[in-house]
Design a protein around this ligand. Structure first.
Ligand SMILES: N[C@@H](CCC(=O)N[C@@H](CS)C(=O)NCC(=O)O)C(=O)O
Length: 223
């Protein structure tokens, strides 16, 4: 299996696909397409991608694109228990919040693009961004209160799963843009930041040399 990703510093959807591949427990290789390369910018590199976007999983001869489809495919192959809680009420919430993240939170996503090499301590979130963060905080707190067990702290539903994977870039956004969250959410953010796979991704991101500021946000200091 191969997962094709974009620049680690910038590509939030690639982080999801790559974490999903890690969580499968199956062997895979990673191919990174630099998003500030002339090939990506001119559209040449995108021609090899069915949707023109990353991540793309190639399993043998089978291409699977879109982070949500990659999670579904890998759950079929690697085992649903690796991604989804076993109990039905918990599973319903995990499905719903994973899908809500996949399709929503546009204000947060557009105002706070993921950039792992920069922090924005003076960022002033709009009301729409604060509303998105409050909704995410409420979802995390609900999952933790109802289904996260003390022994399996700090994940949302016990072991790391699809919901954690889908929210992973939000963890970085909260951290890098200094967005206000509850203590419960902050503990979750800190635990996710300390996860070995997040650390590996972050380390590799910091090794990247970016030629352009593709998603400029005013201000910012090195992270
Ligand atoms: N819904 C897709 C979104 C993928 C996506 O937008 N990827 C970005 C990189 S983070 C991309 O390839 N953008 C290229 C473009 O839109 O031209 C998913 O879940 O994988």
């Amino acid at each position: 299996m191969k997962i094709v990703i974009g620049t680690r510093t910038l590509s939030s959807w690639s982080l999801r696909g790559w974490l999903a591949a890690k969580q499968s427990g199956l062997p895979f290789t990673t191919e990174c397409i630099e998003m500030d390369s002339p090939e990506w910018q001119s559209g040449t590199a995108k021609k090899a991608l069915p949707s023109g976007k990353v991540p793309l999983l190639i399993d043998g001869q089978t291409p699977v694109w879109d982070s949500m489809a990659i999670i579904l495919w890998l759950a079929d192959k690697g085992g649903h228990d690796r991604y989804w809680p076993r109990e039905y009420p918990a599973r319903a919430l995990a499905y719903a919040m994973t899908a809500e993240m996949h399709s929503g939170f546009v204000a947060l996503r557009s105002a706070c693009p993921m950039n792992l090499q920069k922090a924005f301590p003076d960022f002033e979130p709009s009301a729409a961004v604060l509303a998105d963060v409050a909704r995410i905080d409420a979802l995390w707190s609900d999952a933790r209160a109802r289904f996260g067990s003390e022994t399996d702290l700090p994940w949302l539903f016990g072991p790391l799963g699809a919901a954690d994977i889908m929210f992973a870039p939000v963890v970085y956004r909260i951290h890098h843009y200094h967005l206000p969250v509850s203590i419960t959410a902050r503990l979750y953010v800190d635990a996710m930041l300390a996860h070995p796979w997040m650390q590996e991704w972050n380390r590799d991101a910091h090794a990247e040399e970016l030629r352009h500021d593709l998603y400029p946000v005013p201000g910012g200091v090195p992270a």
